[in-house]
Write a protein that binds this ligand. Structure first.
Ligand SMILES: Cc1cc2nc3c(=O)[nH]c(=O)nc-3n(C[C@H](O)[C@H](O)[C@H](O)COP(=O)(O)OP(=O)(O)OC[C@H]3O[C@@H](n4cnc5c(N)ncnc54)[C@H](O)[C@@H]3O)c2cc1C
Length: 475
């Protein structure tokens, strides 16, 4: 074995995901001598096996479905003379191309910010010193003044049906080179539904088994209704209040066994069973126990500056708890680098918007009407249907039951939450988050001139609806 090298630095970041790499870039920009360590590849879950590959896959699936829809019959005056062909291996290779481009870009950005990137697995001996096992088998001991923990999260397995054979997680689902004819998705949360819908668009027969009484429970029933309608229309079988029990192999076939809402045991045949029942923080195998930090349930406990209980040790991203989202990790990473550099910063967002890239898409920022009421708020709401949006109609987004809904405090019209469901509404999430962050009132939104024709007009119209005088629907 080669000898152990040593390196001292000002900032050590462990984990090169959307939390860790922006933290390292910002620290480098601020002139801090920074080292980032990652074992699995820069970009973390997000770039390698999460946000980016899943959205590439979803985009390709939607394109395929649109082409299939036009095969042999005209719509909008357009048609295709032959049905499109799916080459799953080609699709996966195209998706990998995007991932490679982005992960390579992260490496270049780190280099430009004068950050040293180390490929290996870090294990902490104490709060400020770790030993990295390098790809070539050598070891590097790094001691830092400040440590940023960004080790992320991993898929949760069901103990009675671990990954292997027909049972896969989202990572394997995004690497398939053959389309499963029959796909069963265990878990109707956002990852399971996003992928399940994409596989349905590509032609798989899809069944979703969900333990709760509805899908994507972070969104209320009014919001998820258009998604449920899409599932029904597209023959995705949905079993709610149903619990996966295990996998049964019989007669050369694989079945998921589950218990229905009525307590009956049923089986569904499957080529693949995608288990998507949540993610848990990566807290084992890297010496967390040697660092003297406090925990908050399964997560590392932090304050509003992402400081842990150990001086000079910060934690960000999925490791620190809900919401497990890339943009939250990034915002924390940037804030922490600036805090280490002596800037006056806090991580205290008014809202962290979330998007589900389902069909149609879901966006949520801030409180739903029920959540606001539960907090004792007296609220007014305004809803604008996308069926009345010129832009939605030009993009075939007016017929799926989509809408934008704003929730505001009755007394002063300060906006408390904004939600939307519909085609392409993910692109509204930035404006929703900005409105909440700026403490906007309904009048600020309705008084802002929104470009015509865009979906953003629907946000302004929902504010007008809450004020009682919308223009493009009857009050
Ligand atoms: C299928 C899927 C789709 C998703 N879609 C979205 C989406 O659309 N939008 C969204 O906001 N979020 C999405 N997410 C969630 C998002 O990917 C995560 O919230 C985000 O990646 C968390 O970032 P992070 O930096 O905390 O950790 P991660 O991205 O998990 O990165 C952690 C990194 O640390 C490395 N690491 C851990 N321990 C060590 C160690 N000891 N030594 C060296 N390296 C180590 C890991 O190898 C990994 O590369 C999705 C996730 C999945 C699985």
């Amino acid at each position: 074995m080669s000898e152990r090298k040593t390196r001292n630095c000002q900032v050590l970041v462990v984990g090169g995901g959307p939390g860790g790499y922006p933290a390292a870039i910002r620290a480098g920009q601020l002139g801090l001598d920074t080292v980032i360590v990652d074992k699995a590849g820069l970009g973390g879950t997000c770039l390698n096996r999460g946000c980016i590959p899943s959205k590439a896959f979803i985009h390709a699936a939607s394109k395929f479905e649109e082409m299939r829809h036009l095969a042999g019959k005209a719509d909008m005056g357009l048609s295709l003379s032959a049905a499109p062909q799916l080459d799953m291996a080609g699709l996966t290779a195209w998706k990998d191309g995007i991932v490679n481009k982005l992960t390579k870009g992260v490496g270049q950005l780190l280099k430009a910010a004068k950050v040293e990137a180390v490929n290996g697995w870090a294990v902490f001996k104490n709060a400020k010193t770790c030993v990295v096992t390098l790809a070539d088998g050598g070891e590097l001991e790094i001691t830092a003044e400040h440590v940023i923990l960004a080790t992320g999260s991993k898929e949760t397995e069901l103990p009675f049906m671990p990954f292997g054979g027909a049972v896969i997680g989202s990572t394997q689902a995004l690497e398939l080179t053959e389309l499963p004819e029959k796909l069963v998705v265990v878990g109707g949360g956002y990852i399971g539904l996003e992928l399940g819908i994409a596989f349905r668009k590509l032609g798989s027969a899809v069944t979703v088994v969900e333990a709760l009484d509805r899908i994507v429970p972070l969104y209320d029933a009014e919001l998820t209704r258009p998604v449920t309608m899409w599932l029904k229309k597209n023959k995705v079988e949905l079993h709610l209040k149903s619990k996966a029990k295990g996998v049964v192999e019989e007669g050369g076939k694989t079945f998921l066994e589950f218990e229905t809402a009525g307590g009956e045991t049923q089986r569904i045949e499957a080529d693949k069973i995608l288990v998507s029942v949540g993610r848990r923080p990566v807290t084992e195998g890297w010496g967390l126990e040697n660092m003297g930090v406090d925990m908050d349930g399964p997560f590392v406990k932090i304050d509003n500056q992402c400081r842990t209980a150990m001086r000079g040790v910060y934690a960000i991203g999925d490791l620190t708890g809900e919401p497990l989202l890339a943009h939250k990790a990034t915002a924390q990473g940037e804030a922490v680098a600036e805090i280490i550099a002596g800037h006056k910063r806090r991580f205290d967002p008014a809202a962290i918007a979330a998007v589900c890239f389902t069909e149609p898409e879901l966006v949520g920022a801030g409180l739903t009407p029920d959540e606001a009421k539960a907090k004792g708020e007296d609220v007014i709401t305004g809803k604008f249907p996308l069926a009345a949006s010129g832009r939605a109609l030009t993009m075939e987004g007016g017929a799926d039951g989509g809408f934008v809904r704003v929730t505001a405090r009755k007394s002063d019209h300060v906006i408390l939450g904004i939600h939307a469901v519909g085609k392409h509404v993910s692109e509204l999430s930035g404006e929703f988050a900005l409105a909440l962050e700026m403490g906007a009132r309904l009048e600020d939104i309705s008084g802002t001139i929104h470009v015509h024709p865009t979906l953003t007009e629907a946000f302004a119209e929902s504010a007008l609806a809450a004020l009682g005088h919308p223009i493009h629907i009857s009050a």
